[in-house]
Design a binder for this molecule. Sequence first.
Ligand code: PMP
Length: 280
Amino acid sequence: MTQTVCLNGEFLPIEEARVPVLDRGFIFGDGIYEVVPVYGGRPFRWAQHLTRLKRSLAAIGIDNPLGDEQWTDLVHQLVARHDWANQFVYMQVTRGVARRDHAFPQNVTPTVFAMVSELVPPPAAQIENGISVVTLPDERWLHCDIKSTSLLGNVLARQAAVQAGAAECVMFRDGFLTEGSASNIWVVRSGRLFGSPKDNLVLEGIRYGLMAELCERAGVELQLRRVLREEVLAADELLLTSATKEVLPITRIDGRPVGTGKPGPVFAKLHAAYQQAKAA
Ligand code: PMP
């Protein structure tokens, strides 16, 4: 299927979309983005994604170029142009095109780009057997709470995981869990679920709020607090969440089994609750 994207309000085939080389997204990674899953034509948790998009823009001082209705309309128009059953929308706003200088340019128009792709849910084998991760030091900056397109730290971390034969990494700063390269990480100990606090060291995934709801529904106690590396390595279960991966069990860490080495009961409950939430 031809992929149609939207660049600064214009819908066009992806191959024809062009951004000037002086775009600050290209030069500095000076921009933010958002990724929203769409199931059966309906954006999942759209209000929360839109709120985070606006929070990211405000955090880096870019005026929101579109109103809520325009953002919503943009997403629906893109989705309607593709007939994949499940899709995900990628939206990006950069500070715009200007002579290269680090400080913000005056009177510049932000660049707005959006595209949709087919969303292929994680394969059954990953749900049945889990995935492997490796641990890494978190070497990123101190504003991981902003969904910035400056992702070099995340890119290098994911590449290190791939080179080690793993699907994702789990990162630690000062001996405490932060998150994955493109996911949040959850730790099960004695039937309770623990996640990193929502501070500047992690991106607050839209699945943070969702996990709270799913835990409530599934009768799992959830606590956000700093989690020691030792607690992660000795976890009964480890889980990963993201917009496109939903919730997945992590069954190997640094080549060793997590708990029994099989997806556990807390994963099973939360995965079932997640599927129900998608269908609701
Ligand atoms: N942390 C990072 C660094 C991410 O890139 C992502 C994926 N966007 C997440 C966490 C999970 O966020 P979400 O649940 O909104 O996809």
